[in-house]
Write a protein that binds this ligand. Structure first.
Ligand code: HEM
Length: 472
């Protein structure tokens, strides 16, 4: 057997430095998560004797110039502590991992904020996603169904599966969250490029600046053309500029345009990807398709109330969230010293020193693809969730399931908006259509930071005879 340099230094800081240089983010997640299995946190530190050197009074400043990486194991308490770092510890760099969102869109959003500012924004977002007493869930459900019902008018065969589905996801966000009904297809590619740039491994400042120019142009054009409808809809886009009450119509319109609220379309990516992953796996499995169709044919699917009975569809939803894990990590950055309580798998807790210039990662995707927790994790198997769904115990967070993060900084769309868009679109789509992909989809590694397919896929839609659908 030939020894490599890596073998000689395995387990040491030199090894971390070498592997970090070679494998980057994938090494941090894989090795960090492996180490986290022991005591709840795995530390990747390219600095020799990192803990010791960082605690020395004189050299610590220089030592802290070398970034350190903390990867946490999958417990609810670890997730809450990572997600709320920046809320609990006052740290101006906490939200730095999301700074590209601001750079690429030219707009500060909630992900760039902490404390009261973020909390106030969250209230506006939640209100717009759910509506009063959840009224907007009916709207998103009905709108997603409507898009599916009229899919033939939206689908373009010469466009890729991803482009078509991005259009669907973005239309749902536009209409049901932002209050912007009209979305020319030309913006689909731009939205995809923006998401890849924001979440990709590298992005230089010029690329981000150019992107922000294009996103602002898109927002300006959309808001200018649809100002009256956007103001009348009074949804999230309309909450993005202050009014003192004595503005003329023209002044309100100018304020709306200057808010760049149309940049909010970029949140479509997780939703579009979720829908396309579900459809791709269903189209690859005749068994899953059959079981789903039996339920759709047997049950009414017209109202939000009907969805409570759709247990298999709910399993498909959960399994899609798990396998897609579209937001792969919950990341934070530190610039101050603090101590964080860490929990291991035996629920024992201990304090861990967090040094400045560290990256904290809660590795959602690694957990969702851990074969000890989810046997055969790359297989799409909705029945994994049967027991929870039937006994009605599935929640926003479940055992080893953290798709929407948690606590104060959890995803506001995870409490219903995404689920109703998903179930509305899929049930209606499959009532009248079948979709065939041009080839099997690729597997995305568990360590992917930006889990999206690298290849473009194409799909044909076959319209079925609706008379075969029978309820009851
Ligand atoms: C479809 C699947 C989705 C998944 C899996 C997902 C997942 C997540 C996760 C994990 C976070 C936490 C990120 C962090 O703290 O670093 C988050 C935050 C957020 N998500 Fe989602 N999301 C989805 C869809 C959506 C949609 C459709 C919207 C809006 C319409 C949305 C709006 C937000 C917002 C505003 C935040 C920031 C919350 C905060 O910082 O307090 N998400 N999402």
């Amino acid at each position: 057997m030939r020894l490599t340099i890596a073998d000689l230094f395995e387990g040491s800081s030199f090894y971390d430095a070498y592997q970090l240089y070679n494998r980057g983010a994938a090494y941090i997640l894989e090795e960090g998560y492996k180490r986290a299995q022991e005591n709840g946190v795995g530390i990747i530190d390219p600095l020799p004797l990192g803990d010791y050197v960082r605690s020395l009074p004189l050299v610590s400043y220089a030592a802290q110039l070398v970034p350190r990486f903390y990867v946490f194991s999958g417990t609810k308490s670890n997730l809450q502590n990572v997600a709320s770092y920046g809320e609990v510890v006052s740290d101006p760099r906490a939200r730095e991992p999301h700074s590209r969102v601001q750079q690429a869109t030219g707009t500060e959003t909630i992900v760039n904020q902490v404390g009261k500012k973020a909390a106030d924004e969250k209230i506006k977002i939640a209100k717009n996603l759910a509506g009063i007493q959840g009224a907007n869930f009916n709207v998103v459900f009905a709108y997603a169904k409507d898009l599916a019902k009229n899919i033939s008018t939206h689908w373009q065969d010469d466009e890729s599966f991803q482009n078509n589905m991005t259009y669907v996801g973005a239309k749902i966000i536009g209409k049901c969250f932002l209050g912007i009904d009209h979305l020319p297809r030309e913006y689909v590619k731009l939205l995809r490029q923006a998401n890849d740039l924001i979440s990709g491994e590298k992005a230089d400042p010029d690329q981000l600046a150019q992107m922000s120019e294009k996103i602002i142009q898109m927002s300006d054009a959309l808001l200018d053309k649809n100002a009256q409808e956007v103001i009348a809809a009074n949804r999230y886009a309309n909450t993005q500029y202050p009014l003192n009450g004595d503005e003329t119509e023209e002044e309100i319109k100018t304020k709306l345009i200057n808010s760049h609220a149309g940049a909010g379309f970029i949140v479509e990516s997780n939703l579009s990807f979720l829908l396309m992953v579900a459809i791709a796996y269903i189209s690859e499995s005749p068994e899953i398709y059959e079981q789903m169709m039996q339920e759709i044919n047997r049950m009414p699917t017209e109202t939000l109330d009907d969805t409570k009975q759709l247990t298999y569809m709910k399993c498909i939803y959960r399994e899609t969230l798990r396998i897609a894990s579209g937001t792969a990590v919950v990341p934070r950055v530190t610039s101050v010293y603090s101590e964080m309580e860490v929990e291991n798998s035996e629920q024992e807790k201990h304090n861990c020193s967090i040094y400045p210039n560290s990256y904290l990662f809660f590795p959602v995707r690694m957990i969702h693809h851990n074969k000890a927790l989810w046997p055969n994790p790359q297989a799409f198997d909705p029945t994994r969730f049967s027991r929870q769904i039937k006994s009605n115990t599935s929640g926003f967070i479940d055992k080893d399931f953290f798709a929407f993060s948690a606590g104060k900084r959890g995803c506001p769309a995870g409490t219903g908006f995404v689920e109703y868009a998903f179930i509305g679109f899929l049930t209606e789509f499959y009532k009248a259509n079948k979709l065939q992909l041009d080839r099997p989809i690729e597997t995305i590694p568990a360590t992917a930071i930006h889990p999206r397919w690298k290849e473009e896929y194409y799909a044909t839609i076959e319209t079925l005879d609706r008379s075969i659908i029978k309820y009851g």
